[in-house]
Design a protein around this ligand. Structure first.
Ligand SMILES: Nc1nc2c(c(=O)[nH]1)N[C@H]1C(S)=C(S)[C@@H](COP(=O)(O)O)O[C@H]1N2
Ligand SMILES: [Mo]
Length: 314
């Protein structure tokens, strides 16, 4: 049974149920073999909750590097609302109520609007984009995300001239996000981008990965992915997007402003007290590889930071 059953996703976007079930069976079988014939708990949050989404690959915006296997993306996550160890989100994100879901887009805009999931799925053609994403904790992955530019959503509400930043607020319900998991981060999780960063064509409003709607542990039903920045900028399970004049006080700098900046552009030249930023390990690899400035997206994004001191604005 699909929780997306009556969302009105166009039939052309849905793989026939049989094919989908077969793929799921194969994937589970492969996952089980890979785990040494033990059931893979990582699949629990995802089970029977996703629906196939078809999307044309946007070759221009995609890397051809090998993909991180889906089983790994489901089992190794940062989603602090559901725990602080990498295996917690797969075990606990099933508590996230993803239907019905609305995203309010308001603030300094001419046409504030509340979108439901159907509106969001229909707003623009879905694209598949294979992006590298690098976590500040020195691991990285390569994921076939599905979505469309965030710019499309923002233009639909007509930002006013006074809007300079975009603030993202993630899902928050104190009954679900339990104090046990709070640690030093405050919830709701808040992220933000400068308006030009939010409008950059690489910034993806993301509804799926690997040909399906987003698994809960990866931020269902909607998140953003900002591939030239450390993973914490890519907020999950977004419920509100607000256009504002002042730079928002976002969750990580609020918790530890010395170690986590607002910009969070991947920068191998800067040191971090906990993790070496000069190298990273692709999930599943044994050896580390050198990290790249702007995570390798410098040609597309460096001009947005021309003249800025990136040592100070980290
Ligand atoms: N709401 C919310 N979004 C979040 C986080 C979080 O804890 N809460 N963690 C961030 C961090 S630190 C990373 S590295 C990525 C991880 O995304 P993934 O689990 O899909 O790989 O999600 C980001 N988005
Ligand atoms: Mo991260």
């Amino acid at each position: 049974m699909s929780i997306y059953r009556d969302t009105g996703i166009a039939p052309s976007e849905i793989t026939p149920r049989q094919n989908f079930e077969r793929r799921r069976f194969l994937r589970c079988a492969v996952g089980t073999l890979a785990a040494g014939l033990l059931p893979a708990p990582a699949l629990a949050s995802n089970a029977a909750d996703t629906v196939a989404l078809s999307a044309r690959r946007a070759a221009h915006w995609s890397t051809s590097e090998p993909l991180t296997p889906l089983a790994k993306l489901l089992a190794y996550n940062n989603f602090y609302e559901f725990g602080s160890s990498k295996s917690d989100p797969a075990l606990y994100a099933h508590k996230l109520p993803i239907r019905p879901w609305t995203v309010v887009v308001d603030g300094l805009v001419a046409r504030p609007r509340r979108f439901d999931l159907d509106d969001l799925l229909r707003l623009a053609p879905l694209e598949e984009r294979v992006y590298r994403l690098r976590c500040v904790e020195a691991w990285s992955m390569v994921v076939p995300w599905i979505g469309y530019p965030l710019a499309t959503l923002l233009r639909a509400v007509e930002p006013l001239g006074s809007a300079k930043f975009v603030e993202f607020q993630s899902f928050y319900d104190p009954e679900v996000v339990t104090p046990h998991f709070f640690g030093f981060l405050e919830f709701p999780y808040v992220e933000g981008l400068r308006l030009d960063e939010a409008l950059h064509p690489l910034t993806l409003f993301t509804l799926g990965l690997y040909g399906e709607t987003l698994p809960r542990q990866n931020g269902a039903p909607v998140r953003i992915v900002v591939p030239w920045k450390y993973g914490y900028k890519s907020a999950k399970s977004i419920q509100r997007i607000r256009l504002v004049e002042e730079q928002p006080l976002t969750s990580w700098p609020k918790a530890e402003h010395r170690n986590y900046g607002f910009y969070a552009n991947v920068n191998p030249g800067l040191s971090h007290p906990y993790w070496d930023q000069s190298r990273e390990r692709r999930i599943g690899d044994i050896f580390k590889r050198p990290s790249q400035m702007f995570n390798g997206y410098g040609d597309a994004v460096a001009s947005m930071y021309a003249g800025m001191d990136l040592q100070r604005n980290f």
